[in-house]
Design a protein around this ligand. Sequence first.
Ligand code: H2B
Length: 100
Amino acid sequence: MAERLSADARKQALGGIPGWAEVQDGKGIGKTFVFKDFNEAFGFMTRAALVAEKMDHHPEWRNVYKTVEVILSTHDAGGVTKLDIELATAMNAIAKLTQG
Ligand SMILES: C[C@H](O)[C@H](O)[C@H]1CNC2=NC(N)=NC(=O)C2=N1
């Protein structure tokens, strides 16, 4: 199982993934993505869902119209692991593609 990152490692990793910040007392990382419309937002979610399923690592997220709020954490480890950083990195790349 992936190990929880230290506070220092977490901060360093967050430096490489724009828009993501610690939430829930450092137990998770979060970002709010805002797209042009629902079609783009849901396109993002669809692509991200396929990556998440492949990784067997799943987001906690909420969509309202063109906004997608995401929280990532590794429940098994009780905090943030490199899996969360990897999925966050993938989501940033997918958002870029989705937004054209
Ligand atoms: C059994 C299964 O692999 C685990 O429950 C996985 C599934 N997806 C998961 N997703 C997330 N975000 N955290 C987990 O700890 C987790 N665990």
